[in-house]
Design a protein around this ligand. Structure first.
Ligand SMILES: C[S@@+](CC[C@H](N)C(=O)[O-])C[C@H]1O[C@@H](n2cnc3c(N)ncnc32)[C@H](O)[C@@H]1O
Length: 267
């Protein structure tokens, strides 16, 4: 099991049948679905943080159809080599990549953390073999130097928390879009294309890049797939409904997936 800390006083949390508690009598009940909510009300910036239920439903349908299976396989290869014993998926969403990692790394204690309770409830339905946590990547509920690996796929992270939680020699895998990602779709959705922000703007001291690669392949998508892809991303609310309808009607062939995967190691 992953070690956890109290989000209030940062002391170690210990489990009993339905509950986790610390030495200062702060307690957290395990939800009936199996997750633990460690996101305190006083740390919330909105009532329902994270992705909306519609985005989550679209993402789950799109991912379950296997369109990002090559991405999941590459994540497994990159993180599996070090045979981690403790791994946290930060911003795990509805747990697609987390659950596949658990299948590959059966002996690894794996946690999946997301700020959206709805996402974590969906994740609980994938498997109970993972510690599903509602929480923020701004305050990871794990002790200092307790993680062998951390993963972040298309989610926000903070360098400070990654540096605090990774063991020396521990690895952080960041996955995000290359500027070419889904280009022919973006060209149809927008008048002019917004530049893709750099995945890593400035590398902090204490982390070195050990592998930096771009995974590229093409997808042929049906109208239903395209509706899910648009709905699971900010394109769903940034682009005009008319343009969305036009591209969804026709479907798209040869849409390029271009994912940047950067593996970093804690010194
Ligand atoms: C684009 S989705 C990616 C989900 C998942 N990694 C995947 O690729 O399927 C981004 C996720 O980050 C979560 N998120 C946003 N801000 C967060 C935060 N501060 N802490 C934890 N999760 C956060 C959202 O709720 C959402 O599930």
């Amino acid at each position: 099991m992953l070690e956890l800390i109290c989000p209030l006083c940062h002391k170690s949390l210990q489990p009993d049948a339905h509950h986790w508690g610390c030495i200062n009598n702060h307690g957290y009940d395990r939800a009936r679905q199996g997750y633990l909510n460690l996101h305190l009300v006083q740390h919330k910036k909105s009532r329902q943080p994270g992705d909306t239920p519609t985005m989550l439903a679209c993402r789950q349908a799109f991912l379950n159809a296997g369109h990002y299976q090559p991405v999941s396989d590459r994540i497994g290869e990159l993180l599996g080599t070090a045979q981690p014993a403790a791994l946290l998926d930060m911003g795990c969403g509805e747990g697609y990549y987390t659950a596949q990692l658990k299948q590959a790394l059966v002996n690894c204690a794996i946690g999946g953390l997301d700020i959206s309770k709805d996402a974590i409830i969906k994740a609980c339905r994938r498997t109970r073999d993972i510690q599903w946590l509602v929480g923020s990547t701004a305050r990871l509920p794990v002790p200092n130097a307790s993680l062998d690996s951390a993963l972040c796929v298309f989610s926000p992270w903070t360098w400070e928390e990654c540096l605090r939680c990774l063991k020396p020699g521990g690895q952080l895998l960041l996955v995000g879009p290359h500027p070419d990602h889904l280009m022919s779709l973006r060209e149809q959705l927008y008048e002019s294309i917004h530049p893709t922000p750099e995945l890593i703007k400035a590398l902090p001291e204490g982390l070195n890049i050990v592998n930096d690669q771009t995974l590229r392949y093409a997808l042929d998508l049906t109208p239903a797939d395209l509706a899910n892809l648009i709905g699971m991303t900010p394109h769903g609310f940034r682009s005009s409904p008319e343009r969305q309808r036009a591209v969804i009607e026709t479907g798209l062939t040869g849409l390029e997936v271009a994912m940047r995967l950067v593996l970093l190691q804690r010194c």
